[in-house]
Design a protein. Structure first.
Ligand code: BTN
Length: 299
């Protein structure tokens, strides 16, 4: 089945048909994209979809200049795709980017926002460990960012955030479909300086361009992320406990007092790490607790 690539601001234009990302049709796509999108736009370099390296699990790419939310677009597309088709949707800009719960996600120009529609069973991920996919994705982000920015300050905040020190670098939003497929959305601040962010955002986030003092090649960074994500999901399918242990070793909340909303209950305790099965471990006044889901509240 040919890949399809939407190169306009609509949900899914007819776009340009690709036979395979690595055959001669790429040239046509490059030329057309070069015409539609000059390589630089508003002071930053656009993604180059024909240069994205896809792991074997992904067979289609959609590229959008503007879209509401790549997760929402993936959900719409899922209805028409067979479950063995892995899809990547990447956008320069989201007008309605979503975070967990009711949170919005700011997609600054030069950041990276994408979603992957995939079947966890293809990786051998059992249904009971599918909830560890956000942790596996966060580990992949840490793996890649560490190659560019080595340092102990980068790590994970359960359940799905990547932080550098006290500031958020990336967030993961995984949504399940009734048929077991998942939509894994990932937003990462790459080439978007925080001077361009709304004040309420710039106070709490960090961007790689500010940390590195220069831009990254976002197309290459995306390819590295997709490869690391593929490896991390493979690891989850082979041995979930390896992912749990890695997440534990990267946990930035250890020894901190955390306040978590779990359904109607508010649980407060000292974080003792992340369990092999991805649960958050807390020492509470009533004894040890392991939480499998929850919303982190401010203390
Ligand atoms: C969070 O931190 O709460 C999760 C943020 C996830 C943001 C990404 S950006 C790409 C994808 N599309 C969305 O609307 N959200 C996710």
């Amino acid at each position: 089945m040919p890949n399809r690539l939407a190169a306009d601001g609509n949900d899914y234009a007819d776009g340009v048909g690709l036979v395979s990302p690595s055959n001669g049709a790429d040239m046509m796509v490059s030329a057309l994209l070069g015409f539609l999108f000059p390589p630089r736009h508003a002071g930053f370099r656009m993604l180059e979809p024909d240069r994205i390296r896809l792991p074997a699990s992904l067979s289609r790419v959609e590229y959008h200049a503007t879209i509401d939310s790549t997760n929402d677009a993936a959900r719409r597309r899922a209805a028409e795709l067979p479950r063995d088709v892995g899809l990547l949707i990447v956008a320069e800009e989201q007008t309605a980017g979503r975070g967990r719960g009711a949170n919005r996600w700011w997609t600054g120009a030069g950041s990276l926002a994408f979603s992957v529609l995939f079947d966890p069973s293809r990786y051998g991920i059992a249904v009971r460990y599918a909830s560890m996919v956000p942790l596996a994705a966060a580990i992949a982000v840490v793996d890649v960012v560490t190659q560019h920015l080595p340092g102990p300050a980068i790590g994970i905040r359960w359940p799905n955030d990547v932080y550098i020190g006290e500031r958020k670098l990336a967030g993961v939003l995984v949504e399940g479909l009734p048929d077991g497929r998942q939509i894994l959305g990932l937003g990462c601040n790459v080439n978007n300086p925080l001077t361009s962010a709304p004040p309420e955002v710039s106070a709490i986030v960090v961007s790689l361009i500010d940390e590195l003092g220069g831009r990254l090649d976002r197309t290459e960074f995306l390819s590295e992320l997709l490869s690391a994500l593929d490896a991390s999901l493979t690891r989850l399918g082979e041995n979930f406990a390896d992912v749990g242990r890695l997440a534990d070793s990267l946990c930035l909340q250890r020894e901190r007092v955390l306040n978590v909303q779990v359904g109607e209950e508010r649980v407060t305790g000292i974080c003792t790490g992340i369990a092999d099965d991805g649960a958050l471990k807390l020492d509470t006044p009533t004894g040890p607790r392991t939480l499998y889901s929850g919303v982190m509240l401010k203390i």
